[in-house]
Structures are given as structure tokens and as C-alpha cells.
Design a binder for this molecule. Sequence first.
Ligand SMILES: Nc1ncnc2c1ncn2[C@@H]1O[C@H](COP(=O)(O)OP(=O)(O)O)[C@@H](O)[C@H]1O
Ligand SMILES: [Mg+2]
Length: 266
Amino acid sequence: MDHDLSGNGARSLALDIRGVTKHFSHGGARTLALDNVDLQVEAGEFICLLGPSGCGKSTLLNIVAGFMKADAGTVRSHGRVVTRPGVDRCVLFQQPTLYSWLTTRENVMFGPKMTGVDKGTARQRASELLERVGLGAFQDHYPHQLSGGMRHRVAYARALINKPDILLLDEPFAALDAITRVSMQDFLLDLWQQEKTTILFVTHDVEEASLLADRVCVMSARPGRIHDISRVDIPRPRTQATVETDEFIRTRRALRETLEKALVHP
Ligand SMILES: Nc1ncnc2c1ncn2[C@@H]1O[C@H](COP(=O)(O)OP(=O)(O)O)[C@@H](O)[C@H]1O
Ligand SMILES: [Mg+2]
């Protein structure tokens, strides 16, 4: 089903989040984690959810993933109401969960094999994807023989083999050392430009959001609400050289100010 954001039918909506509210009850206390969240994401868009720890970013991502149910409101993925996890939405975690007893290639082809794709086809697709993520020479290596960044790239190849429409990433690079994080940001930007998937990316890092996003959705804490949605007009392709530009510095400053306001006046 196509939705029209702009009135001219230019692009369709990948995600349509309407009135999403979520409480948690814990030891008699009730936390309003998300309060009436609305967000529309266009197909192919890179959107960052930015906010302080505890503002409900992971809760929103988990509801979009179908891992958790909202108390009120709905999420639609390409027009279909989300009620459970689905192959249209792929979640990548902070720690890539690879099978230690399988080679890189076997890890990537595991999903398609389980869904009945014949072994030769799965193997070929896995090899192509591993080439694409720069691991063509590591197909027969086991996870423990790879660096942290390489293991992450295997996880992306394994996600992409299912051709998801939407990638959901919850602070995926937060646990990486600074050098690996920078190379993974460049890697993800490249991949996104090739694959044209929609990306919903959670971060608490203003610099990361400024570098990656088409739009940044700034959340305020407790209850989690959308405080502001800002478009980032820095030209693409963006690389680490982008962070030196005046435009980037201006964007980062404006975003930091917006985040500070969200904390003071949620
Ligand atoms: N399973 C849960 N049970 C109780 N409270 C929760 C649970 N998950 C999250 N919360 C609470 O909901 C709020 C939002 O959490 P979360 O979505 O993890 O925030 P973020 O990812 O932005 O750090 C926090 O106050 C957190 O303590
Ligand atoms: Mg979180």
C-alpha cells in the first residue's frame, strides 16, 4: 500500500508510527516510557532516533521490530500493521550474534537454508554478500578468527541476505573502539547507498546522528516524546572528512542545542 507524504505521491512510507504509547510496571511503580509517539519514515530514508539514556529509544525500536506490544497506537511497515517480528524488518544488535561453530559463509547462508533455499543458491548469495561487505577472502574463517569490525560486517551480510525493507539498529556501534566505530559508520553509509534500504538507527551520539541521518528525531526523556524532527541537509556521500566541514559543525551544534532544549523543556 502506498502512502503519500508530500501530497504528490513521490515516495511511499516504509514506517508509519501513530500514537504509540507504552507503560512499564515495575515493583509497583509505573513508568510511562513512550507517550503518543508519531513518526513517519519514507522508503529509503536514513532516520536517527536521538535522545538521552532512558528516553524510550529501545522501547520504540522493539515495538517497531514486533518484539514488544504498544499499549496504544499502531505501527505499519509498508502499510501492514506490525503485530510480530517479520522478515521485512531486520534488527541488528550491539553484539553480533554469530554461530561460533560455523564459518563466515555458513553463518550468512544459515537463514536461507533454514527457509528451504537450495544450498548452492544460498552459498552463492552468501559469497556475493561477503564480497560486498569486504570479506571475500574470509569466507572460510570462523568468527573467533575475525576482528570485532569484521564480525559486525558478517552480521550485516547475514541480515541483507533476507532482503529486508527496513534495518533497525539500536546503538550498533556504541561498544566499538573509536577507530572501528568510524570505519563501521563509513561502511554502513556505503551499504545503505548501495542497498537503498530504510534505516531506523538509535543513538545517543549527536555527532553520529549528524553524520548518518537524513532526518534526526530528537526525543525528550520521561515520558519519551518526540521533541523535534530536524532534516540534515549535508550533501552525500558523507565520509569522515565530512565532520571537518563548517556545514557539519553547524549541524552538530544545532542538534546539540535541540537536545539540550529537549532535556529542559520536554
Ligand atoms: N522491561 C522493562 N521493564 C520496566 N521498565 C522498563 C523496561 N524496559 C524499559 N524500561 C524503562 O522504560 C524507559 C525507557 O527505556 P529504554 O527504551 O530502554 O530507553 P533508551 O533505549 O532510550 O535508553 C526507562 O525508564 C526504562 O527504565
Ligand atoms: Mg536503549
